[in-house]
Every structure is written in structure tokens, then in C-alpha cells.
Design a protein around this ligand. Structure first.
Ligand code: ZN
Length: 459
């Protein structure tokens, strides 16, 4: 048997023990958002550190962040010339409410049929441990780990990775690698292995429109004073044209077109327009003409009204002409847009379109950059072939609408591109009651990671 075959054989022989390991860490309620659980989050960090040591990792350390939950680090840099993979994971979990909807305790893991039920089973202790198990199989079954590896396990993913950026800036050198494996994404369905290669960025604003110095009586002043709510509504209406395109000046100038090959991959995805109709319950879909929904949500920019505030919205009637109106507006950004350029475009739009009857202000609240992996990156190629070996089908390639903090931070601060995958299924109830992990998919994922590390060594 080759080393690879021996590693796979080892992984298959040890499936029960791998599962027992996972059950053990799933018993720790490492809920990062609630300070009551701080000690449990710490305990999960210690569990991870102990396991990295047990795996034979060197330099294992629980590294404090500035006031937040720690980062667990460990590495094995033992093969000069071989590529170094940075394995990203998080050991924190979401809260469990509403607890009464759980059929078994969220921190009392239970196997029912093919499914392992527990908070964190799919998001993402299961996926993090799959990387441990793949490495163990290569080292103990296959005889050696053919690549170098570093681990970055954070405890604040579920609360927006808020301390990770300053932490990475401080320790950028330590986390340099040739590629990062991030198994915090998922698959689009059973037997549909998926590589997520792009994430949209975000730019979030408030627009404040102010008219009279106080709310006015609409009987006394209505007709003579421009209503800020009407002004704001008209401005918002003008932000899209009839083709569903955004009208901020220059908005599409730096948008990277979708290549022919990418469009062919988008067309293969199972989330077709019928799926969006069914998932959302809307009577008809809407969006930029010339693109399918998967492209509209993954690879095209958007401008969305997230909230509106003006005038009287309580019960009954009040004949008010409001003094002000406010809208929360956010844009999902795609390569190569930046939040600062979109901010300028929004301000320019207001200058060109807001009437002189009101005052206005644009405030930027938050932003996060887009992330995209080069499809020719050796890590993507290694993962493509690994998934094909484990599942027997070519993986799907998708770009996601949301953003994952660590991916953009690693790209920007450490210059490391992420290969974003996972074994979570859309039906896993992540962030919801009865979260579970589909064990047959998890075992295939361990095999895929064994192939991935092995493939990388050959590139
Ligand atoms: Zn996660």
C-alpha cells in the first residue's frame, strides 16, 4: 500500500475514535457571545491546544487577544521546501435559544441514525476536527505529514471575529503560509462537494435627510414644506434603474466581469431560480437583468435598503410632517470595488439628486472587503482533485453573498489566500435548534482532507 492508501485505511479504521473525540469537545458549551460562558470558551481553547499537542504539533500556544477570547496556535514546520498550509478553524459556538425546541440537549451530543446532534457539530467543531483527523491519519497511518502545517483556531467567529484583525496585525509573520484551508463553509447538498472561492464585501451607510427644525402640523404646513420622508423615498427609488442596475455614478467602473468559465460554473449550481422562488416565497424574483440569481447574489454588487425611519409609525393616525428621515443602506461589494470608493459614489449621488429643500448627511457605519481566490491557485487545484477523489464528482464552484472576516483578513494582512470548503450541509440547522452533522459526509470530508494535504505536497 502507498502512504496515501495507508493513511486512508487508518482513517477508516479509526472512525469510531474520531467520533468519540468530537463528542467530547461538543460537550463544552463554548458560547462566545455570553460572558457567563467565558470559562467554557477557555476550556474549549485548552481542549484544542491539548489535542494539537497530542497530534505532535510544536509551539502550541493559547495566545491572548486584546480583551477577547484567545487564539490557539500550533505548527509543524518539518519539511523544508514543502508548502505550508494554515488551517483555520473556530472553537466557539452560537447560543442555543430557543432551548425548548431541541430534541436532545445541545451539549449532550447524540447520534440518531446518520446524524450527530449537538451545537457546534456542523459549525464548526466537526469540521475543525476533520482536519486534525486527516493529519493524524497521514502521520500515524501514512508514516509522515508530507507538508508543513500551522493552526489558527479562533474563539470569536460567531461574534464577528472582532479581535482577530489587530491580533493578526501584531502576529502577521507567524501566520504566513502558502495557502489557508478554511473548512467553515459547506457543501450545497449531499454528494455535492463545493469550493467557495469568492465572498462579497460590505459597505454600510446611514442617510439622514433633515427638513424643518421640528415636526410640523401637516394641515398647517403640508403643501408648502418638502416632506423629508418623501424626499428620501424618491432618492432611494432613483438608486436603481429599470434594469435593476445601481445608479450611483461610476458604481460599476471597477466591477470585475464574470468570465465565461465562471458563468458555466454558476449555471451548474443547484440553487437555480426555482430554488430561490421556493426558499423565499416571493411571487416573482427581481434583480439585475442579464444575470441568474446565483450570479446576482454571488458575483454582482447590490444596494439594499436595510431600514427606514421617519414620522409617525405608532398605532392610529398623527397628521405630522416629519422633520427628518433616515435610511440604512448597505452595498454588497465584489472585486475590485472598495468601500471608500462606494462611499464617494453615494455622496456624489446625493449631491446630484438631493433637492435644495432639505439638508442631508451620509454616515458610513461598517465595512468589510471582498475576498476572492485565484482559481489557478495550487490550493484550489489540490482541493478540486481531493474532492473528486473522495466523492467521485468534480466539485461545484460558488461565490457567496456574505462575508467571512478571517478570509479577507488573512488575504489582506498575511497575504494568504483561503480555500474555503466544508462538510456542512444546508440541512444541518446551523445557528438553529437541533444542529447536526451528517456523519457519512463528515467521514468523506476527512478522506478529502487527507487527499488535499497529499496533493499539495506534489504541487
Ligand atoms: Zn462557523
Amino acid at each position: 500500500m502507498s502512504n496515501l492508501q495507508q493513511a486512508l485505511y487508518y482513517a477508516h479504521q479509526n472512525r469510531n475514535r474520531f467520533l468519540e473525540d468530537l463528542v467530547e469537545v461538543l460537550k463544552i458549551p463554548s458560547i462566545s457571545t455570553d460572558a457567563i460562558y467565558n470559562q467554557e470558551v477557555q476550556r474549549a481553547a485548552e481542549w484544542m491546544a491539548d489535542h494539537l499537542k497530542g497530534l505532535g504539533m510544536a509551539n502550541v500556544e493559547i495566545m491572548p487577544t486584546d480583551g477577547g477570547h484567545p487564539v490557539v496556535y500550533g505548527d509543524l514546520i518539518h519539511k523544508p521546501g514543502a508548502p505550508t498550509v494554515l488551517v483555520y478553524g473556530h472553537y466557539d459556538v452560537q447560543p442555543v435559544d430557543p432551548i425548548e425546541l431541541w430534541e436532545s440537549g445541545p451539549f449532550e451530543p447524540q447520534v440518531r441514525g446518520d446524524l450527530l446532534y449537538a451545537r457546534g457539530s456542523s459549525d464548526m467543531k466537526g469540521q475543525a476536527l476533520a482536519t486534525f483527523h486527516a493529519i493524524e491519519a497521514l502521520m500515524r497511518g501514512g508514516g509522515e505529514l508530507p507538508i508543513n502545517v500551522k493552526f489558527l483556531l479562533e474563539g470569536e467567529e460567531e461574534i464577528g471575529s472582532k479581535n482577530l484583525e489587530p491580533f493578526l496585525r501584531k502576529h502577521a509573520d507567524r501566520f504566513k503560509a502558502d495557502v489557508s484551508l478554511n473548512p467553515d463553509a459547506g457543501m450545497m447538498g449531499e454528494n455535492l462537494p463545493t469550493i467557495t472561492y469568492g465572498l462579497r464585501g460590505l459597505a454600510y451607510f446611514e442617510i439622514h435627510v433633515t427638513g424643518p427644525k421640528a415636526d410640523l402640523h401637516s394641515g398647517l404646513y403640508g403643501g408648502a414644506v418638502h416632506n423629508p420622508a418623501q424626499v428620501l423615498a424618491e432618492l432611494i427609488a432613483r438608486m436603481h434603474d429599470k434594469r435593476g442596475r445601481i445608479t450611483l455614478p461610476g458604481f460599476y467602473d471597477s466591477v470585475r466581469p464574470i468570465s465565461k468559465k465562471e458563468r458555466a460554473d454558476f449555471a451548474r449550481l443547484p440553487n437555480d431560480d426555482a430554488h430561490y422562488l421556493q426558499e423565499t416565497g416571493v411571487p416573482a424574483l427581481w434583480g439585475e437583468k442579464g444575470y441568474i440569481s446565483a450570479e446576482r447574489t454571488g458575483a454582482r454588487p447590490t444596494l439594499e435598503v436595510n431600514g427606514l425611519l421617519s414620522g409617525w409609525t405608532g398605532p392610529g393616525s398623527k397628521t405630522v410632517l416629519p422633520a427628518k428621515a433616515m435610511a440604512k443602506i448597505s452595498c454588497r461589494l465584489v472585486p475590485d470595488q472598495t468601500d471608500s470608493e462606494v462611499e464617494k459614489q453615494l455622496v456624489q449621488f446625493m449631491k446630484e439628486n438631493a433637492p435644495e429643500t432639505v439638508k442631508w448627511e451620509v454616515k458610513k457605519l461598517t465595512s468589510s472587503p471582498f475576498a476572492i481566490a485565484d482559481l489557478n491557485n495550487p490550493g484550489v487545484k489540490a482541493m478540486n482533485d481531493a474532492m473528486e477523489s473522495a466523492w467521485g464528482v468534480r466539485p461545484l464552484y460558488r461565490r457567496e453573498g456574505g462575508s467571512i472576516g478571517a478570509v479577507a483578513m488573512l488575504q489582506q494582512i498575511c497575504g494568504v489566500e483561503s480555500v474555503l470548503v466544508g462538510m456542512g450541509l444546508p440541512s444541518d440547522n446551523v445557528h438553529s435548534p437541533n444542529e447536526h452533522l451528517h456523519l457519512p459526509t463528515w467521514y468523506k470530508g476527512i478522506d478529502a482532507f487527507i487527499h488535499f494535504f497529499n496533493n499539495l505536497a506534489r504541487i
